[in-house]
Design a protein around this ligand. Structure first.
Ligand SMILES: Cc1ncc(C[n+]2csc(CCOP(=O)(O)OP(=O)(O)O)c2C)c(N)n1
Ligand SMILES: [Mg+2]
Length: 554
C-alpha cells in the first residue's frame, strides 16, 4: 500500500520528471515526504516565492518540451504562482502545477486558504482539476501529462486535497509516459499547401510555438532555403529558426520593425506553422484583417482549436510542426529577390545609432554576438530593455531564447535559473530591467542554494522605462509613478554569493563580462544606462518633444 503522495511522486518519476520547482506548504506534506524517498532523483528546487517557482517551471517546459513541475501550497501559494501559469498559457509551454487543497470533508465552506481551482484557473490554465480519490491519481496525472504536452501545450493545475494525499491505496503508480505520435498531415493537404505556395508571388513562412524537434526545424530550414522563401517568427520565438540562415527575416513581435510589417502586408501567401495568432504577432490584429485576411493563410497547427480561432485560413491543416516540415518538398517560384530583400531588411534592422548612454547597448550586443557560445541561452522579462536580446542578438541553430509572450516582468531571472538547472554547463545570460529584476530578485537565493547561477545583466536606467515612454507619448512632461529609487544591486548580489560589478561605461563592459563568464558563482553586472536611451532609435527627449508638438498643434 502507498499513500497519495507516494503514488504521485513515483508516477511523476516514471513519466520522466527529474526536477520540481516550488515552495513548501503544510497542505502537501505527504508529497514532500515522498520526495524524501527519491534521494534526489526527483530533485526539489526550493524557491523563495511561488511566482519565481512557477516562472521556473514554465521556462523549463519551454526549454525542454517536458512539463515543468511546480509544487505550491493552496490559497496564497497558488495565487502567487498564477503569474507563471498565465505565462505558460500565453507561451503554449507545458507545465503542471500541483497545489495543496483543504480536506474533502470541508470543501466548499471557504475553509482556511481554500480555492475553487476549477473556477479560478479554469480559464487561465489549459486544464484545472482536483483529485478527490487517491486511487485516481494515476489516471488523472496521466491525463494531465498528455494535456500539458500535446496539441497546443500549456499549463495544467492539479489540486490535491490533504486527506486524499494521506489515504492509502493499492493502486499501481504509472510506469511510463504514454507515447503519442504527432498528428501528421495528409498527402493531399501537403500537396495543396505546396500548390498554393507555388502560385504565390510573395510567399512567407511564419513560425512559432513549442513542440519543435531539431529534425523538424532542420527540415523546415532546408525547405525554406531550397525554395528561397523568407521566414519570420512569432513574438519571442526567435530561436525557432536559425537566424544565420539567408531566409531568416526577423520577429513579428512587440515593437515590430517596419520591414517585418511590410513583409506581412506584402506577402500574398503566408504559411503559418505552429503559430497562435496573438496581438503582438499581428500588430494588434491590423496586419492581417479579422476574420478573413487579404493574404491567403495556410495555418498548420497541432491543435485543431487554434485553426480558424481568429483567422479563417484558405487551408487549415491539423498537424504537428515536425511531421508537416518533414513532408514538405522544395517549391520553386523565382522568389530569390523577394527573399533577399527580406533578409536585407533584417540585417539593416540590427544596426542602431550609438546610444546616448554611459553604457551603450549597441556596443554591448556587438560584443555579446561575438563572444557568446552558439548554444547560449538568453532570457528576459518585460521592459524596454528587452529589445536588446530580442532584436539585436542572432540566435543560431542551437541558441535558445526564454522570453514571456505574456509580457510578465520578473520572468528573466527565474527562467535563467531554470535554464542553469537544466543545463549547468551552458552559458545562460539574463537581461533584466531595474524594475523587472526587482520583481523576482529574491530568487538569487534559489540560484545560490541550487548551484544554478546565471549571468544577469541589469539594464539600470532608474525608471519603469516602458511606462515612462507611454506616459511621455500620451501625457508629455508629466512624470507620475515611473521613477525608481534603487538599492545598490552589487551589494544585494554579493549577499547572495554572486560575483557583482557596477559597469559605469561601455569601455568597461568587455572585461567585466569576461570576469562574469569566468566566475564560478554566477554574476550580476549592473549596467549604467541613461534614461535618455529609452528606445534604440528615439530618445526620451525626442519622444517628449514629439508629443508636445502634437499636443500644442491645433
Ligand atoms: C508583472 C508586471 N507588472 C507590470 C507590468 C507593466 N510594465 C511593463 S514594462 C514595465 C516597466 C519595466 O521597467 P524596467 O524593468 O526598469 O525596464 P525598462 O522599461 O526601464 O527598460 C512595467 C511596469 C508588467 N508587464 N508586468
Ligand atoms: Mg528601467
Amino acid at each position: 500500500m502507498r499513500n497519495g503522495g507516494q503514488v504521485l511522486v513515483e508516477s511523476l518519476m516514471a513519466l520522466g520528471a527529474v526536477k520540481a520547482f516550488g515552495v513548501p506548504g503544510e497542505s502537501y506534506l505527504a508529497v514532500l515526504d515522498a520526495l524524501h524517498d527519491t534521494q534526489g532523483r526527483l530533485d526539489f528546487v526550493l524557491c523563495r516565492n511561488e511566482g519565481g517557482a512557477a516562472f521556473m517551471a514554465a521556462a523549463w517546459g519551454k526549454l525542454t518540451g517536458s512539463p515543468g513541475i511546480c509544487l505550491v501550497t493552496r490559497g496564497p501559494g497558488v495565487t502567487n504562482a498564477s503569474i507563471g501559469i498565465h505565462t505558460a498559457m500565453q507561451d503554449s509551454a507545458p507545465m503542471i502545477v500541483f497545489v495543496g487543497q483543504v480536506g474533502t470533508d470541508m470543501t466548499g465552506r471557504e475553509a482556511f486558504q481554500e480555492i475553487d481551482y476549477g473556477a479560478v484557473f479554469g480559464t487561465m490554465a489549459k486544464w484545472a482539476v482536483q483529485i478527490d480519490r487517491v486511487e485516481r491519481i494515476p489516471e488523472i496525472l496521466g491525463r494531465a501529462w498528455v494535456t500539458a504536452t500535446t496539441g497546443r501545450p500549456g499549463p495544467v493545475v492539479v489540486a490535491l486535497p490533504e486527506d486524499m494525499l494521506t489515504s492509502l491505496t493499492d493502486a499501481a503508480p504509472l510506469t511510463a509516459p504514454a507515447r503519442i505520435s504527432e498528428p501528421a498531415p495528409t498527402a493531399e493537404a501537403v500537396a495543396e499547401a505546396l500548390a498554393l505556395l507555388q502560385g504565390a508571388a510573395r510567399p512567407l513562412l511564419l513560425l512559432g510555438g513549442c513542440n519543435w524537434t531539431d529534425d523538424g526545424r532542420r527540415a523546415l530550414q532546408h525547405f525554406a532555403e531550397a525554395s528561397d522563401i523568407p521566414a519570420i517568427v512569432a513574438f519571442r520565438y526567435q530561436d525557432r529558426f536559425d537566424n544565420h540562415s539567408a531566409c531568416y527575416a526577423g520577429e513579428a513581435g512587440v515593437g515590430m520593425p517596419a520591414h517585418v510589417k511590410a513583409l506581412i502586408r506584402e506577402a500574398d501567401v503566408i504559411l503559418a506553422i505552429n503559430v497562435r495568432f496573438g496581438e503582438m504577432t499581428t500588430d494588434g490584429y491590423t496586419l492581417l484583417s479579422v476574420p478573413v485576411p487579404v493574404q491567403e493563410v495556410i495555418h498548420v497547427h497541432g491543435s485543431d482549436r487554434e485553426i480558424g480561432k481568429i483567422y479563417q485560413p484558405v487551408l487549415g491543416i491539423h498537424a504537428g510542426p515536425n511531421t508537416f516540415a518533414a513532408a514538405l518538398r522544395p517549391a520553386r517560384g523565382g522568389w530569390a529577390g523577394w527573399r533577399a530583400k527580406a533578409r536585407a531588411g533584417y540585417l539593416a534592422s540590427m544596426d542602431a545609432p550609438p546610444q546616448p548612454s554611459p553604457v551603450d547597448m549597441v556596443a554591448v550586443m556587438v560584443h555579446l554576438r561575438r563572444v557568446l557560445p552558439g548554444d547560449a541561452i538568453l532570457t528576459n522579462g518585460a521592459g524596454n530593455f528587452a529589445v536588446w536580446p530580442n532584436k539585436f542578438y542572432s540566435f543560431g541553430a542551437k541558441a535558445r531564447l526564454l522570453a514571456p509572450q505574456s509580457g510578465a516582468m520578473g520572468y528573466g531571472v527565474p527562467a535563467a535559473i531554470a535554464a542553469k538547472v537544466a543545463y549547468p554547463d551552458r552559458t545562460v545570460v539574463c537581461f533584466a530591467g531595474d524594475g523587472d529584476f526587482q520583481m523576482t530578485c529574491q530568487e538569487l537565493g534559489t540560484a545560490m542554494q541550487a548551484g544554478a547561477q546565471p549571468i544577469i545583466l541589469i539594464l539600470n536606467n532608474g525608471i519603469y522605462g516602458t511606462i515612462r515612454a507611454h506616459q511621455e507619448r500620451n501625457y508629455p512632461a508629466r512624470v507620475s509613478g515611473t521613477t525608481l529609487q534603487n538599492p545598490d544591486f552589487t551589494r544585494l548580489a554579493h549577499a547572495y554569493g554572486f560575483h557583482a560589478e557596477r559597469v559605469e561605461s561601455t569601455a568597461d563592459f568587455a572585461a567585466a563580462f569576461d570576469r562574469a563568464l569566468a566566475s564560478g558563482t554566477g554574476a550580476v553586472l549592473d549596467l549604467n544606462i541613461s534614461p535618455e536611451a529609452l528606445t534604440p532609435r528615439q530618445t526620451l527627449s525626442q519622444i517628449r518633444a514629439a508629443a508636445l508638438v502634437v499636443k500644442e498643434s491645433p
